[in-house]
Ligand binder design. Structure first.
Ligand code: NDP
Length: 267
């Protein structure tokens, strides 16, 4: 039996064991996947112990993704540009770091929801860790323009500059969002966690696809999108399952059926 897990603090809420056990069942693999609460000041040692006990890899969630990036001995371009790792695979003496968050979002948008980003205008709200993780995979879809708007404008401007070699990006403060509609709005702020929606120009949502990275509840962003004539409103559950599927494939080489798992989780 191959052993995997997810490290976080807190970790009780994690759906990853349920998702990976369904993937294992689908692909006929014998896998044990557990939740591991790492002490806030001792992630690296706890993770190394897990590997030394024979585990083949693990996922990493809040707040350890940057420490996991430092722990990995080799990193993919996705992980390097994100500066964060959410998946580690043991390969001989190497700990290979990957970041599957952005691939997860893109796969949910393009495969599950049938939305092409090619030639589209995309607005991301927020410039934190999640935004850094999704930027390269989004830009690889060749949107016409990718705008980053953040409460702290300087962070959005810096992030847009960092990624400008990969596509047409720009960054500004939330107060500079124009009333002109865009094709896709992605809420990557953590405002929903506090029951808030940033105060931005409402015309931008008219006819847009509005995607909240948060899942499990109707968020203030989703309410705002509905009130402002969005064409489609989606939460981040599909991204969660898709990022898990990309990790599962990174470890095992097998591609699970994500739509079945998303359907199970929604019901
Ligand atoms: P960070 O803490 O790194 O960044 C938070 C961002 O939200 C910052 O840009 C911050 O702005 C902004 N923000 C916070 N509160 C407000 C507010 N009241 N109004 C406006 N902006 C605000 O968080 P992450 O980037 O790691 O996570 C963001 C969200 O993405 C979370 O809800 C998380 O759950 C979700 N997520 C979902 C995933 C999935 O699989 N579905 C995967 C990863 C993340 P400022 O810079 O000004 O402080």
């Amino acid at each position: 039996m191959d052993h995997y897990g997810v490290f976080g603090n807190p970790i009780e809420h994690s759906l990853s064991p349920i998702i990976h056990s369904q993937f294992a069942k689908q692909t006929g693999l014998d896998i044990k996947y557990e939740k591991i609460l790492a002490p806030l000041d001792d992630f690296a040692k706890t993770a190394q112990m897990f590997i030394s006990q024979g585990a083949k890899g693990f996922n990493i969630t809040v707040p350890f993704k940057i420490e996991a990036f430092n722990l990995a001995t080799q990193c993919s371009l996705n992980a390097q540009t994100a500066g964060a790792v959410n998946t580690i695979k043991k390969n001989g003496n190497e700990l290979m770091g990957e970041n599957t968050d952005g691939i997860g979002l893109v796969n949910d948008l393009t495969k599950n929801l049938n939305i092409s980003l090619n030639g589209k205008t995309v607005l991301i709200l927020g410039a934190g860790g999640a935004t850094r993780g999704i930027l390269l995979p989004l830009l690889n879809q060749q949107p016409k323009r990718l705008m980053i708007a953040n409460r702290t404008a300087s962070k959005a401007i810096d992030l847009a500059k960092d990624f400008s070699i990969y596509g047409n990006t720009c960054g500004f403060g939330l107060d500079k969002v124009k009333n002109d509609p865009v094709d896709v709005i992605i809420n990557a702020t953590s405002a929903s966690l506090d029951g808030q929606m940033p105060d931005i120009a409402t015309g931008v949502a008219n006819g847009a696809i509005c995607y909240d990275l948060m899942y499990g509840t109707q968020t203030p962003f989703m309410d705002w999108a509905k009130a402002n004539n969005a064409k489609m409103i989606v939460d981040g559950l599909g991204m969660l399952v898709e990022q898990a599927a990309a990790a599962f494939k990174f470890w095992t080489g097998k591609q699970p059926n994500t739509q079945e798992v998303i359907k199970n989780l929604r019901s």
